[in-house]
Design a protein around this ligand. Structure first.
Ligand code: AMP
Length: 397
């Protein structure tokens, strides 16, 4: 079975073609700067890598270029578009309507469009990718895999905010969370690695990347997640400030005469690691600045670490303990010093790490000591494979 995974953003479209018989990647690539005269198309397969710079007018053109390229390189092994059994689309916001992947029809498209108010940068871009793929492959099932689906198992006590109830319901304001596909994938991978059924485990999954979130996964079900109504809440992120007293936002708007749009930009694009350090949203740049003695870069990193620790503590409390803490995404997989700092002084919980084993990047490893009660594990995330797996399972049904 061959599945094409598409992650369509406002100006980019990432894709991966997977052979699900052995979960191998047949080809992958990205079309960037869509809509600009110097769009970039990168295609990788086997040991080949091709890059082309030319204008790509819109998502429809991007999909056409992607499909032509997949067909024209014989070594990829795709003979016809008919060989693609389904296209799995990443969709960031599915509100409270979707607790699993679905085959897209007009009604589903309308719902994705309706939820664009909560994900204005993402959902319209996903729809553009969905429409373009459906046009080029009218007989191929298009499947939506929602980043919000996994955590739809949360109880109201986890997702209801302390706002006037009817008003919150009217405007669908609640915790939806994000990164669900990754949290689901790494929690299942961790259970498999530990050789235990996920139904018997209490797992805290830390997806630490440019966007970061933590989930409490009890017996295979997400019972809480740090991201909220939008992917802004929770941890300190590259450019998002995460948890903040809401009245500080109102105060700043009044004091600086900021519009809602300006405040939104500040909270989502100019805050977080970038806002505090004044250097960068990227951990590698922060580390370089820290090495040069930059105090604010150090402060940004310290706040990041502290907040992850706070969430781990609170989720362990919610689950009355934890069997495994999983680290994934760019920082979680690579930043071993960050992992070490997060896991230090958590011995009251049963966390004990082997600092030497922890000094690794980007690979599956249990870095706890043999006698530790809680397993600390790095699990590289693979959202494309997770999307392809969900799509394949759905069409098999
Ligand atoms: P992601 O959004 O998952 O791609 O993660 C991006 C974040 O991971 C950025 O802050 C990067 O600086 C960080 N990252 C990637 N590689 C490394 C590394 N080798 N060491 C520390 N942080 C890294």
């Amino acid at each position: 079975m061959i599945i094409l995974v598409v992650n369509s953003g406002s100006s980019s479209l990432k894709f991966q073609l997977l052979n699900m018989n052995d979960e191998s990647i047949m080809a992958k690539g990205v079309l960037e700067k869509i809509g600009l005269p110097d769009s970039i198309f990168t295609l990788k397969y086997q040991n080949e890598s091709h890059t082309e710079v030319s204008a790509i007018a819109n998502h429809e053109a991007a999909v056409e270029i992607m499909l032509n390229a997949l067909l024209s390189h014989e070594a990829i092994g795709l003979k016809s578009l008919e060989d693609i059994n389904a296209v799995g689309h990443r969709v960031v916001q599915g509100g409270d309507s979707f607790d699993r992947a679905v085959i897209i029809n007009d009604e589903i498209k309308q719902q994705i469009s309706d939820y664009a108010v909560m994900a204005p940068l993402h959902n319209p871009a996903h729809l553009a990718g969905i429409e373009a793929c459906a046009k080029s492959m009218p007989n191929t099932p298009q499947i939506a895999v929602f980043d919000t689906a996994f955590q739809q198992t949360m109880e109201p006590s986890a997702y209801v905010y302390g706002l006037p109830y009817e008003l919150a319901q009217k405007h669908k304001i609640r915790r939806y969370g994000a990164h669900g596909t990754s949290h689901k994938y790494v929690s299942h991978e961790a259970a498999g690695f530990l050789g235990k059924p996920i139904e018997e485990l209490k797992i805290i999954t830390c997806h630490l990347g440019n966007g970061s979130s933590i989930a409490a996964v009890e017996h295979g079900k997400a019972i809480d997640i740090s991201m909220g109504f939008t992917p802004h809440e929770g941890l300190l992120m590259g450019t998002r400030c995460g948890d903040i007293d809401a009245t500080a936002v109102l105060y700043l708007m009044q004091r600086e005469n900021l519009t809602a749009a300006e405040m939104d930009t500040m909270l989502n694009k100019q805050s977080g690691l970038l806002g505090i350090s004044g250097v960068s949203s990227d951990f590698r740049d922060l580390d370089n600045a820290i090495a040069e003695g930059n105090e604010r870069a150090k402060l940004a990193k310290d706040i990041f670490i502290r907040r992850v620790k706070k969430y781990i503590g609170s989720y362990a409390a919610l689950m009355n303990g934890v069997d495994a803490i999983v680290f994934t995404a760019g920082i979680g997989e690579n930043g071993w010093d960050v992992r070490e700092a997060i896991c230090s002084d958590l011995d009251f919980l049963g966390v004990k790490i082997d600092v030497e084993k922890n000094k690794c990047r980007g690979k599956l490893v249990d870095f706890s000591t043999d006698d530790a009660k809680v397993r600390c594990i790095v699990v590289p995330t693979n959202e494309e494979l997770a999307i392809a797996t969900e799509a394949a399972e759905l069409i098999k049904k």
